[in-house]
Design a protein around this ligand. Structure first.
Ligand code: DOR
Length: 331
């Protein structure tokens, strides 16, 4: 039994002081006061376990940046109980044998629930579809994040499988010529919405950051297409004027103030279904290089919930219930 004393929980969008009794991982009692020895939370906010559908834990392959142990500990510290890990790894989880390497590490190291994305294409190279037929019994989640799609015939072939087996695809939409420019994102978004339409498939966009992308997604949703997207804390709370140093270099990059405002608007009007951190650590050496040389990616798991709480809930922009959201994969 674990007794949590003097915590606060969300009741009708107000934080109310409660004690909580937990037995074998299940909440068995919530009351104003439960007698007994417990952990004093000193008024701390007890949040239902949060889910982040977009993190990079770097293992297998890039353990100098992060491991499943360090990443999942950071997630737990930030209030997350479930995270989905992106497949830009070595080996890329594009077949069962490769996925098994990551699954083994998750079994050994994860301190919370860690669900792996498999890649959509072999090696995330857009030339051949991954072995979805076999992978699907191990994961519902598919992405070529960090790279994006450059061959739309291969994407169509993948989407036929995604639709047939009712799987989840998350796209890093980036035009290969326009790259990091705003149009690099929204041109790819517009194109990929057409592929989702043609293939009658639900389609999710990662880390959206431009007005035009949100407009395209909003219009597709109005038409009844099953298009969803996520936004990141950094695109919600920062813009290109705020900061320019290697620790804040990421892809997509920070955008204009107008795009920042559109990101918040998309979250509040439901165009974006969730906040996802895109937690993407690199080594100190890599991030100590000058701006143009250092790799894209910043961390976010430990700061996401506090940032959202401070900037959106405390200011009255969002309610506690909006903040707590719900696990999109639990119906
Ligand atoms: O900033 C980023 N870093 N964006 C991505 O899409 C990939 C990620 C990484 O893997 O480092």
């Amino acid at each position: 039994m674990i007794l949590l004393k003097n915590g606060r929980i969300n009741q009708d969008n107000k934080l109310i002081k409660k004690d909580i009794l937990i037995d074998e991982g299940k909440i068995v009692k919530i009351a104003d006061e439960i007698k007994g020895e417990g952990i004093d939370l000193k008024g701390g906010y007890i949040v239902p376990g949060l889910t982040d559908i977009h993190v990079h834990f770097r293992s297998p392959g890039f353990e100098a940046k992060e491991t499943i142990l360090t990443g999942s500990k950071a997630a737990a510290k930030g209030g997350f109980t479930t995270v989905l890990t992106m497949p830009n790894l070595n080996p890329v989880p594009d077949c069962l044998e490769h996925l098994a390497v990551e699954e083994e590490l998750i079994k050994k190291e994860a301190v919370i629930e860690v669900l792996p994305y498999a890649s959509v294409t072999v090696g995330e190279k857009s030339t051949k579809v991954s072995d979805i037929d076999h992978l699907r019994s191990h994961t519902r989640f598919y992405s070529d994040d960090g790279v994006g799609f450059s061959n739309y015939d291969v994407l169509d072939e993948a989407l036929a499988n995604i639709a047939k087996y009712d799987l989840f695809i998350a796209s890093h939409a980036e035009d290969k010529i326009l790259r990091y420019a705003p149009a690099g994102e929204y041109e790819a978004v517009r194109r990929e919405i057409e592929h989702a339409r043609m293939n009658h498939v639900a389609y999710h966009f990662c880390h959206m950051s431009t007005k035009e992308s949100f407009d395209a997604i909003r219009a597709a949703q109005k038409e009844g297409l099953q298009i969803t997207c996520e936004v990141t804390p950094h695109h919600l709370f920062l813009n290109e004027k705020d900061i320019k140093n290697p620790n804040f270099k990421m892809n997509p990059p920070l955008r204009s103030k107008e795009n920042q405002q559109e990101t918040l608007k998309a979250l509040l009007d439901g165009t974006a279904c969730c906040i996802a951190t895109d937690h993407a650590p690199h080594t100190l050496e890599e991030k100590s290089q000058e701006y143009d040389k250092c790799p894209n990616g910043i961390i976010g798991l430990e700061t996401s919930a506090p940032l959202v709480y401070t900037n959106l809930v405390k200011t009255g922009i969002a309610t506690l219930s909006q903040f707590e959201g719900r696990n999109p994969f639990q119906g």
